[in-house]
Design a protein around this ligand. Structure first.
Ligand SMILES: NC(=O)c1ccc[n+]([C@@H]2O[C@H](COP(=O)([O-])OP(=O)(O)OC[C@H]3O[C@@H](n4cnc5c(N)ncnc54)[C@H](OP(=O)(O)O)[C@@H]3O)[C@@H](O)[C@H]2O)c1
Length: 311
């Protein structure tokens, strides 16, 4: 996402080099959305995958978010017709004939989930989609969707400071055999150890509006990061590595989705694979950043309203 949108300018050559470095290191899952830069991210992935074997990579695509030419967000459309049309364009941009995991970015409040999943099921039947996923939906929507067609994966924010899924959504996913791709594992950079209160963000940067990155909330949240830093340093790791390793420790059904957009950040993130968190480490992390410790919601109010997972 950050290679095409929402986190300020990105360097295209560096983005492609980062995807190459990830694939060369054994990363197999690339996550995108057709609305990340209005097609830019899919075209970027196509470029990065030139000369690679399609079957070596799993591509997860989100659709449904509607955007105007200037980039403004103008709602969601996950109706059956929009679902099929979006996939047709996605396949062209990615120059592929199938998508591994296809999912609506949000629950469309005007379309029953059964209809959206039913439309993707037809695309599975026709061979254009391998697996059906969902994003930021709650337990009831998961159950309704899974009654129509097996759901492979739920993409949802999960980090040391975003643990809302633990009470109901994660148990429901587990009872239905649905895996989780956790996004925002670094809380969009806040939990990375590299953020500071004097970092400048431009108007198009999500973090310029996100409640957790503002004023007193930011000061409070960066204090949590310093508590984590002490634990990380004692283990010879970085804050980002501890934050990623913590999410990975939550279960083999949870895949941390890391938003590195430069090779240097990717290398740091991959270092988390070398970090093993034992019971004493987990207890220290839990004491430093207990559930609910963050100040501020994970999205601004208007965006929270679109999160079925929070209702
Ligand atoms: N389903 C959904 O609703 C949803 C929502 C958001 C994202 N996603 C998906 O999840 C992916 C990851 O999300 P995200 O990018 O917001 O999450 P993230 O991994 O929490 O944050 C990534 C940001 O953290 C900073 N960072 C600092 N150190 C890093 C390191 N060692 N490795 C990686 N990043 C580091 C980078 O910012 P700087 O480059 O500015 O330093 C980077 O852009 C996205 O690409 C997207 O595919 C899904």
């Amino acid at each position: 996402m950050g290679m095409s949108d929402l986190y300020g300018p990105a360097d295209e050559a560096e983005s492609i080099a980062t995807i190459h470095a990830a694939l060369d290191a054994g990363v197999t899952l690339l996550d995108t959305g057709d609305f990340y830069g209005m097609g830019h991210n899919e075209l970027l992935i196509h470029e990065a995958l030139r000369g690679r074997k399609r079957e070596d990579v799993e591509i997860s695509v989100k659709f449904g978010a509607q955007r105007a030419p200037g980039g403004s967000w103008i709602g969601y459309d996950a109706s059956p017709a929009a679902t099929k049309t979006a996939l047709a364009y996605t396949l062209r941009r990615l120059r592929t004939d199938y998508i591994d995991v296809y999912r609506p970015a949000r629950l469309d409040p005007n379309v029953p989930i059964e209809e959206t999943v039913g439309a993707i099921a037809e695309l599975v039947e026709a061979g254009y989609v391998r697996h059906i996923g969902l994003s930021e939906v709650g337990a009831e929507t998961l159950r309704r969707a899974a009654a129509v067609h097996p759901i492979s994966d739920l993409q949802i924010e999960y980090s040391l400071i975003s643990r809302g899924l633990e009470s109901e959504v994660l148990p429901a996913a587990r009872s239905l055999g649905i895996g989780v791709t956790a996004y925002g594992v670094l809380s969009r950079g806040l939990l990375s150890g590299h953020w500071s209160s004097n970092r400048e963000v431009n108007a198009a940067d999500f973090r310029g509006h996100s409640p957790r990155f503002q004023g007193e909330n930011l000061t409070h949240n960066l204090n949590l990061v310093e508590a984590l830093r002490a634990i990380a340093e004692a283990k010879g790791a970085t804050v980002a590595q501890i934050a990623i390793a913590w999410v990975a420790s939550r279960g083999s059904d949870i895949v941390p989705l890391v938003g590195a957009r430069r090779r240097e950040r990717l290398a740091e993130a991959l270092g988390s694979l070398e970090v093993t968190l034992g019971p004493a480490d987990l207890a220290a992390i839990e004491a430093a950043v207990p559930a609910g410790a963050a100040a501020g919601e994970r999205y601004a109010a208007a965006q929270m309203a679109h999160l079925d997972s929070e209702h």
